[in-house]
Design a protein around this ligand. Structure first.
Ligand SMILES: CC(C)(COP(=O)(O)OP(=O)(O)OC[C@H]1O[C@@H](n2cnc3c(N)ncnc32)[C@H](O)[C@@H]1OP(=O)(O)O)[C@@H](O)C(=O)NCCC(=O)NCCS
Length: 154
């Protein structure tokens, strides 16, 4: 980690953690879909606790939900404090990203369906559908509002 990865408070920049989240989620999406997958949207990222220089950060990612060509990937970051006597991973960030599987021409391609196997996976699937519904409703509401202000040039 270099000096530009750290802010004035001696903790790791959110953007550095976002890149880590995107990389890990991308690997999960590529593995699930069996090929290239691109980030279409970052639905949510929450920083729960600061990450300090020297902390050991772990990332866990899984495909929570699949559509036809898109996937929602959930990511959880934990940190072990470098100066803790006992390893004590604490949750430091959670994120939900949408990836789209693409072919060599960059066109969306079908992904295998995710099959929730236990109640935790079924909960994640259900929560991903809630986020998707909200995303689509929000987009529709904004498009409607923009149409009502179609005369505005800025
Ligand atoms: C993501 C991308 C491939 C989608 O292409 P597109 O032609 O708009 O795709 P479509 O409208 O046919 O939609 C394909 C799927 O993507 C989903 N999608 C597209 N835009 C989305 C968005 N902003 N948020 C969430 N999902 C989105 C659609 O819901 C659809 O899902 P489904 O097949 O599961 O129903 C294209 O916008 C792209 O290449 N974007 C740039 C990606 C990139 O460079 N990322 C950063 C580096 S990895």
């Amino acid at each position: 980690m270099s000096a530009i990865d750290v802010n004035l408070y001696g903790t790791v920049h959110g953007g550095v953690l976002m890149k880590f989240v995107d990389d890990v989620a991308g690997a999960s999406a590529a593995r699930h879909s069996g090929g290239t997958a691109v980030t279409a949207a970052i639905d949510e990222i929450v920083f729960l606790e600061p990450v300090r220089v020297g902390d050991l950060v772990h990332a866990y990612a899984q495909v929570n939900w699949t559509g036809s060509t898109s996937m929602e990937v959930g990511v959880r970051l934990t940190a072990e404090r470098w100066d803790a006597v006992e390893p004590s991973p604490i949750p430091v960030a959670t994120a939900y990203l949408v990836f789209v599987a693409i072919d060599v021409a960059g066109r969306p391609r079908q992904v295998p369906p995710v099959l929730p196997s236990d109640s935790a996976d079924r909960r994640r699937f259900q929560e991903a559908e809630i986020r998707r519904d909200h995303r689509l409703a929000r987009r529709a509401a904004i498009q409607k509002a923009r149409a009502e202000h179609a005369d505005d040039q800025e």
